[in-house]
Design a binder for this molecule. Structure first.
Ligand SMILES: [Zn+2]
Length: 170
């Protein structure tokens, strides 16, 4: 099967892997996720939208493979390791945080930069003082800034990239 490297991969993340779904979204990857969904429905939806299934559930992976669907079977417990399992199979073009491409970790929708003045009423004073750049989800209107979750993600991304470098050097 030829790899369509130019097409950005899109995912359907299994219910057990919410943290992975949120990270993929923040990194800009369209990742469908529901905390409560039947295997059949997940497979059906993923198939219709040509999404790659990411799951820890061996049965689900087997079903997907039988149908000729692309999937990533997650085995490891550690999130850095889990991300490396994904990268091992799917060529992710970027593993970096970019406010322009980040998707909403809550709802998977695209986000856009928003002027501080427009949202100042909705944000705690302390946050306003410390931050100049904000962005907002076009769907659920959640507002984001470079807070702790971005710092944590940056750390995570650093660890993943470090591991990738190590495997290249080997
Ligand atoms: Zn949203």
């Amino acid at each position: 099967m030829p790899l369509k490297a130019e097409i950005e991969p899109i995912f359907f993340v299994d219910a057990m892997l919410g943290n992975i779904a949120r990270k993929l979204r923040l990194l800009g990857y369209d990742s469908q996720y529901f905390s409560d969904i039947y295997d059949e429905k997940l497979i059906d939806n993923a198939r219709k939208e040509k999404r790659i299934i990411i799951s820890k559930d061996e049965e689900l992976i087997k079903k997907a493979q039988k149908l000729g669907m692309r999937s990533v079977h997650i085995i490891k417990e550690d999130e850095v390791e889990q991300f490396l399992e994904i990268i091992n199979i799917i060529n992710l073009k970027r593993i970096q945080i970019n406010r322009d491409t980040a998707r909403c970790p809550k709802c998977n929708s695209v986000t856009k930069s928003v002027d501080k003045d427009i949202i100042k009423e909705k944000i705690p004073q302390g946050v306003l003082k410390l931050n100049d750049k904000f962005w907002i989800c076009k769907h659920c209107n959640q507002i984001y800034w470079e807070g702790t979750h971005i710092k944590n993600l940056q750390e995570f991304v650093g660890k993943v990239n470090e591991r990738l470098q190590q495997s290249i050097r080997r």
